[in-house]
Design a protein around this ligand. Structure first.
Ligand code: MTE
Ligand code: MO
Length: 372
């Protein structure tokens, strides 16, 4: 059993799959803290968790196609300037369960919790690539990452990002060895993972073994045959994965974490809580909340770290306290966020449904009863 050596996990996590381990925190714990505590951070593993020895760990870096490779120990990596960034990581499949209510999709049934926020620290990928002999070239290129987790055939997890993002110091791409001031937990990539702010979780490769600059995107299944979006009319017989770009930056997202769907709330006043985030560093400029299914709206109060325009790597939490209209027996609570490019969330799921159940970012809706 290749999973026998997996780490012990927090009992509050909602498990979507035990082997490989996939789990999310319950919504009310997710927004209890702006920074997600490490044991509650959602976990998305495709394979067994490798048990790596930090003393013998080596990271191989190839700075140019066909170039020489650099072999870095953990101590070597720590000698690069240490860079620290607060980054929200979201799985492309977050809120997939709402998509599968429209029509069946292939994938894990994530609710609203496949998203979490941490303070990550490590070396900047651009600094490491320069030391590995990277020379600026005009040609389109990609930085490919390989994990040290692998399936029984020896195939490792892999993904890539465009070279331009990797080389841009303002993009804050990290080879992270710390998560919230501690060494990375095993589930989150010990001893080293990639952190690509503003980009889908799938590219944040954990248990990083190899980094290489290549003319093409990673050839891995997860880069080429997964994590892409399609029209609702595309099915498994007609899908052409080569026709769509790999998901990189994610669209604007928000969800309600309190109250829960089906709950009974007190009459008088209701408190609605949630999170909002957008990909590509786009700041959240507003979260609108409705108590009547979208007929009327009120702006929620945003809190958490201030966002820097175009470098808003982490979420805002939000809250709205509002009177419950007298005589109301139920509330249809809805939230939707707006980012700095004025991108908005679609109002319903059906027009964005796709066979893989990714990019699920419709208005989030919660139905509650009001106590008499
Ligand atoms: N890296 C490796 N090596 N193996 C994996 O299975 N899963 C990816 C990414 N990096 C994965 C990986 C996916 S799809 C996501 S959403 C994030 O890791 C999840 O990171 P987390 O488990 O730390 O939340
Ligand atoms: Mo993911």
């Amino acid at each position: 059993n290749p999973y026998a050596d997996d780490p012990v996990r927090h009992p509050a996590l909602k498990v979507n799959s035990q082997r490989p381990f996939n789990a999310e925190p319950p919504p009310e714990l997710l927004t209890e803290n702006y920074i997600t505590p490490n044991p509650l951070f959602f976990t998305r593993n495709h394979l067994p968790v490798p048990n790596l020895d930090p003393d013998t760990y080596r990271l191989h870096v190839v700075g140019a196609p066909g170039g020489q490779s650099l072999c870095l120990s953990l101590d070597d990596l720590r000698k690069f300037p240490k860079h620290e960034v607060t980054v929200t990581l979201q799985c492309a499949g977050n809120r997939r369960s709402e998509m599968s209510q429209v029509k069946e999709v292939k994938g894990l049934e994530w609710n609203t919790g496949a998203i979490s926020t941490a303070r990550w620290a490590g070396a900047r990928l651009c600094d490491v690539l320069v030391q590995a002999g990277h020379q600026l070239s005009e040609a389109e290129a990609h930085v490919c990452f390989e994990g040290l987790d692998s399936d029984p055939t020896g195939t490792a997890y892999g993904a890539s990002i465009p070279l331009a993002r990797a080389l841009d110091p303002a993009a804050d791409v990290l080879l992270a060895y710390e998560m919230n001031g501690e060494p990375l937990p095993r589930d989150h990539g010990f001893p080293v993972r990639v952190v690509v702010p503003g980009v889908v979780g799938a590219r944040h490769v954990k248990w990083l073994g190899r980094v290489s600059v290549q003319p093409e995107e990673s050839g891995s299944h997860w880069q080429r045959r997964d994590y892409k979006g399609f029209s609702p009319s595309v099915d498994w017989d007609t899908v052409d994965f080569d026709s769509a770009p790999s998901i990189q930056e994610l669209p604007v997202q928000s969800a309600i974490t309190e109250p829960r769907d089906g709950e009974t709330v007190e009459s008088g006043e209701v408190t609605v809580k949630g999170y909002a985030w957008s990909g590509g560093g786009r700041a959240v400029i507003r979260v609108d909340v409705s108590l009547d299914g979208g007929l009327t709206w009120q702006a929620a109060e945003l809190y958490g770290e201030e966002q820097c325009p175009r470098k808003a790597w982490a979420w805002r939490l939000w809250q709205l306290q509002a009177p419950v209209p007298a005589g109301q027996k139920e509330l249809h609570i809805v939230c939707k966020a707006v980012d700095e490019s004025y991108n908005v969330q679609p109002d319903t799921v059906a027009p964005i449904w796709n066979l893989r159940g990714v990019l699920s970012n419709a208005w989030h809706r919660v139905h509650v009863r009001v106590a008499p």
